[in-house]
Design a protein around this ligand. Structure first.
Ligand SMILES: *[C@@H]1O[C@H](CO)[C@@H](O)[C@H](O)[C@H]1NC(C)=O
Length: 120
């Protein structure tokens, strides 16, 4: 898990830095409103485990603590989220078991952005 607190102007550069293997292609971009003090705080998590195991729950608790302290604006998940075959549909219980039930801290009830680059 990485914790970053940056100004808006650094955002695009950061995303490029996170994706060195994808620089030949078009990077997906998103815009997110900044705080009134012009800051932007977010958490990044990848390869998060499953059903609370592989330390997923422990990391989620710390994400909640840090998220509250920094008043994070959003969370980026770098992928590798639902083992072994991804989600099998809208009602797949894996979504609850490995996401909703785990990242349930108030501070994490923000916009989550998902990428698919955790193998980098
Ligand atoms: C959980 O974290 C502890 C402490 O870092 C580590 O020793 C252990 O191997 C981890 N367990 C799993 C299943 O990843």
């Amino acid at each position: 898990m990485a914790v970053l607190r940056i100004g808006r102007m650094l955002m695009a550069a950061l995303l490029v830095a996170m994706l060195p293997g994808l620089c030949n292609g078009e990077l997906e971009r998103f815009e997110h409103p900044i705080k009134s003090d012009s800051s932007l705080s977010f958490l990044v998590v990848g390869d998060w485990g499953r059903k609370g195991g592989y330390n997923q729950s422990a990391v989620a608790v710390q994400m909640g603590n840090v998220g509250e302290k920094l008043d994070v604006d959003f969370i980026i998940s770098t992928g590798d989220n639902f083992y072994d075959n991804g989600l099998l549909g809208l009602d797949d219980p894996a979504f609850y078991e490995s996401f909703s039930r785990i990242y349930n801290a108030d501070s994490l009830q923000k916009q989550w952005y998902r990428g698919t680059f955790s193998e980098l």
